[in-house]
Design a protein around this ligand. Structure first.
Ligand code: CO
Length: 209
């Protein structure tokens, strides 16, 4: 069986499995979605959002791109955030990075990556913001891991810069969470970013109303 045929065969098995547990599974699924979470993660094939969180179809609204970046002029990302926050009214936004992220690694190296350059430049900007802390880390792997974490923190801040997130936080307590997936152990790590402390220093600049 070739790899495409295998996927269609897998799909048939998956349907049969779902229906054996609940004959109305797809009927119910087709009625609509009201996920509690928006998950923003990396496109990396090893970091499978639903699988690693153990959630089912309908539970998480998902957006993935290279290195889980929240870029203000990315209409795709901004549409996802606005739809999830203002229409689906998710209660939590999870920004999940991962160790051994190829996008982060690429941004730490001097290389012309063509069309990827402007995307990776957003990560280089995170490096520049935290240059003193990062350059003080002598071991390369530890510096790489720390940039993964700081990138999660900065992308969470980019979320908080949007009007949709600010309004939903104020009106109904929407929360933003920064996580890292440890690809070496499979563990999800909550970075427990101290948002009140960070926001204290930046909201005078980014507050929209
Ligand atoms: Co990645």
């Amino acid at each position: 069986m070739n790899s495409i045929d295998k996927i269609f065969a897998n799909n048939e098995k998956w349907i049969a499995g779902k229906l054996s547990l609940d004959p109305h599974y797809f009927e119910n699924l087709s009625k609509g979605q009201s996920p509690e979470f928006l998950y923003i993660g990396c496109s990396d094939s090893r970091v499978t959002a639903e699988d690693l969180m153990g959630v089912q179809p309908g539970e998480v609204f998902i957006h993935r791109n290279i290195a889980n970046m929240v870029v203000s002029i990315d209409l795709n990302m901004m549409s996802v955030i606005n739809y999830a926050v203002r229409h689906l009214k998710v209660k939590h936004i999870v920004l999940c990075g991962h160790y051994s992220c190829g996008g982060i690694k690429a941004a730490m190296q001097p290389a012309d990556m063509g069309i990827l350059n402007p995307w990776l430049r957003n990560i280089r900007d995170v490096y520049r913001l935290h240059k003193d802390e990062l350059n003080a880390i002598s071991e390369e792997q530890a510096r790489y891991d720390r940039l993964v974490e700081l990138n999660v923190q900065e992308q969470c801040i980019n979320l908080i810069k949007t009007a949709a997130v600010q309004q939903a936080h104020r009106e109904r307590g929407l929360l933003v969470h920064g996580w890292v997936f440890d690809i070496h152990s499979g563990r999800l790590i909550d970075l427990k970013i101290d948002f009140p402390e960070i926001l204290k220093h930046i909201m005078e600049i980014y507050r929209l109303d």
